[in-house]
Design a protein around this ligand. Structure first.
Ligand code: AGP
Length: 618
């Protein structure tokens, strides 16, 4: 998500910080800012500048109104989560007395209650962000006599969620203090200078010696020292390593492609998309929902509109929404939607799914839906983009910027948002008991670990992919929620490996597509979990049909599924998860397969031919 830089040393902090932000631009951002400590004992001050838009906008602000020289500073490129991408919401944020400045990456889940308490104590908060509350709390702690390190420990103990925080104190110009929980942070170790960065790209121009922080640690950097503690002040240690990547690899966290990096970020992305969705009373809450309970109770039909990968997320959503809410759901390609004169009225909820929030087909479709008096809810990854702005309600997916043209973490987090929507509607309409919703939420919260387990088996999938460089055609089969996964697996292969690939509902095969099967044709089969025995057995029948005609069956099946073994030429194991949530793990080997095969074929995985990340023409 956001990019973070911190510096203390002999150089001009502004230059180091702005340069670091430039190196982090690849992460994607919508505003940028810096804060510098201008020393002067208790008269020391913070000088800051921040601006919405590209780094060039910030540089212009600084050029027009020069900041004083300083050797201690922090900087930030923001990817909006709470609040639109505006100057006021850009980081750094300052406390009431402008003594402490702070930048943040992540989501502070309990910010609303902390904000209310601060406002009750007459604090005036200037932004809509979750970050500003941390700046105020930190400043209160240093004003009460704690040093910045102790203050950071105290504040972190009060925060819930995922965060990297980096702060400076105007009265203490020689240190920068940072903290990390579930969000990345690396220290750059120099000679008489130290750096902080969301990743090593922020500082590898200056040093290649790095220190990775552990979970729930606070780090204090001065010119000559790095001190690490946990949130209770007990001494801790980081993991030291030497960075031998070049800048391009550093941006990709050592991976060869952004797509691969994003595939491996999925456990974190899914966890982030689940953050802050439950109130203290345990009820589901969707911050930007903006639809009243009465409006939700009125819904008698849902139409999901989307394109490409987002459309497949919508297909999975149909299974979940209908099952949990009993509301009928239609899923429609946004490019087709308005041309068929859909039946819409005020009790139809139209759900538009779009990673970019700018897809022209989807935008035109929501405009049509609103003109027919339907409510529109956007599921989107890009805060401030056009589709959420033109919708009545929005659920942000919080995947962080997706750079690879082929969507991966965008898809998984769209699935999470769809599940959340389904459960929320079920909660409001009372179609599921509270404990049932609670149980699914717990299952969802276990998914990041399950996805990590699948990723740990990447080598098996890579070997498989490399063995298929001579293949000209691949089929994908699935049933139920596994059917859209098959379609998505085929789309990934088309997009980046330029192979003929088709996804089918396994039961449909015998009605025609089975004619495509010939000796040696690879068929990837998404096998549903057992328990739904009919579904599982029916899938086995489909697999038998293609196997009998010479296909090579590559089966993705849950741990412990021994029934599948005689029918699988290759078996890829998936963690045991409920059938409706299986797409979150089942699609991951298909992403890895496409990424590795495209790499082996020598294609540009991040910029596939003929494709754009965001399709802004109809
Ligand atoms: C996904 O890999 C594709 N690049 C594409 O199908 C994409 O999902 C589609 O264009 C929709 O984009 P959106 O989610 O930004 O609206």
């Amino acid at each position: 998500m956001c990019g973070i830089v911190g510096y203390v040393g002999p150089k001009q902090a502004q230059d180091v910080v702005v340069e670091g932000l430039r190196r982090l631009e690849y992460r994607g951002y919508d505003s940028a800012g810096v804060a510098l400590v201008i020393p002067g004992g208790t008269s020391g001050v913070i000088a800051e500048a921040k601006k919405a838009g590209k780094l060039a906008n910030l540089e212009k602000v600084i050029a027009d109104s020069t900041l004083p020289p300083s050797h201690t500073g922090i900087g930030h490129t923001r990817w909006a989560t709470h609040g639109a991408p505006t100057d006021a919401n850009a980081h750094p944020h300052l406390g009431s007395e402008r003594r402490v400045a702070l930048v943040h990456n992540g989501i502070i889940e309990n910010f609303a209650e902390l904000r209310t308490r601060l406002e009750d104590d007459d604090h005036v908060l200037l932004s809509e962000t979750d970050t500003e509350v941390a700046a105020h709390l930190l400043e209160l702690a240093v004003a009460a006599g704690a040093d910045l390190t102790t203050a950071m420990q105290q504040v972190c103990r009060r925060l819930e969620g995922a965060f990297t925080l980096v702060a400076v104190d105007a009265h203490d110009p020689d240190r920068v203090v940072a903290a990390r929980r579930n969000s990345p942070l690396v220290v750059g170790v120099g000679e008489g200078e130290h750096f902080l960065g969301s990743d090593v790209a922020a500082f590898i121009e200056h040093t290649r010696e790095a220190l990775e922080l552990g979970q729930d640690q606070v780090v204090t950097i001065t010119r000559d020292a790095v001190a690490i503690t946990d949130f209770d002040g007990r001494p801790g240690e980081g993991r030291a390593y030497h960075v031998d990547w070049d800048l391009s690899a550093a941006e990709k966290d050592g991976h060869d492609w952004f797509m691969r990096k994003e595939i491996f970020e999925q456990p974190r992305a899914v966890a982030d998309s689940l953050l802050g969705r439950r109130s203290t009373s345990g009820l589901l809450q969707l911050d930007e929902m903006r639809l009243s309970d009465d409006e939700i109770r009125d819904i008698d039909k849902i139409i999901i509109i989307a394109a490409g990968t987002s459309f497949y997320a919508g297909m999975v959503a149909k299974y979940a929404i209908e099952h949990w809410t009993r509301i009928p759901v239609e899923v429609e390609l946004s490019s087709e939607f308005r041309y068929r004169d859909p039946i819409l009225d005020h009790s139809t909820l139209v759900v538009a799914i779009s990673q970019s929030g700018e897809t022209a087909d989807t935008l035109q479709a929501i405009r049509h839906a609103r003109s027919q008096r339907s409510k529109v809810l956007a599921i989107c990854n890009t805060n401030g983009s056009t589709i959420p702005r033109e919708s009545d309600a929005v659920i942000y997916t919080h995947a962080g910027p997706e750079i690879g043209v082929a969507s991966t973490k965008g898809f998984l987090t769209q699935l999470v948002a769809c599940y959340l929507l389904a459960l929320y509607v079920a909660q409001v309409k009372g179609t599921r008991f509270g404990d049932e919703i609670e149980e699914v939420m717990s299952q969802l919260e276990a998914m990041p670990d399950h996805i990590a387990t699948v990723l740990a088996g990447a080598e098996q999938v890579y070997d498989l992919a490399r063995a298929h460089t001579g293949t000209r055609s691949v089929l994908f089969l699935g049933r139920h929620a596994g059917y859209p996964v098959a379609l998505e697996g085929a789309l990934k292969l088309k997009e980046i490996a330029y192979l003929h690939a088709e996804g089918f509902a396994a039961g449909e095969l015998k009605h025609g597509p089975i004619a495509l099967v010939e000796q040696g044709l690879p068929v990837l089969c998404v096998v549903p979990p057992r328990g739904r025995d009919q579904l599982h057995e029916k899938m086995i029948s489909g697999i038998q049909e293609v196997r009998a005609r010479g296909a090579q069956t590559i089966c993705l099946a849950e741990e412990g599924d021994t029934r599948i073994e005689p029918y699988a030429d290759v078996l890829i194991r998936l963690p045991k998860v409920p059938v409706l949530l299986q797409p979150l793990v089942a699609v991951v080997p298909l992403q890895l397969f496409a990424c590795e095969l495209a790499t082996a074929l020598g294609h540009d995985v991040d910029q596939p031919r003929n494709l754009a990340k965001s399709v802004t023409v109809e």
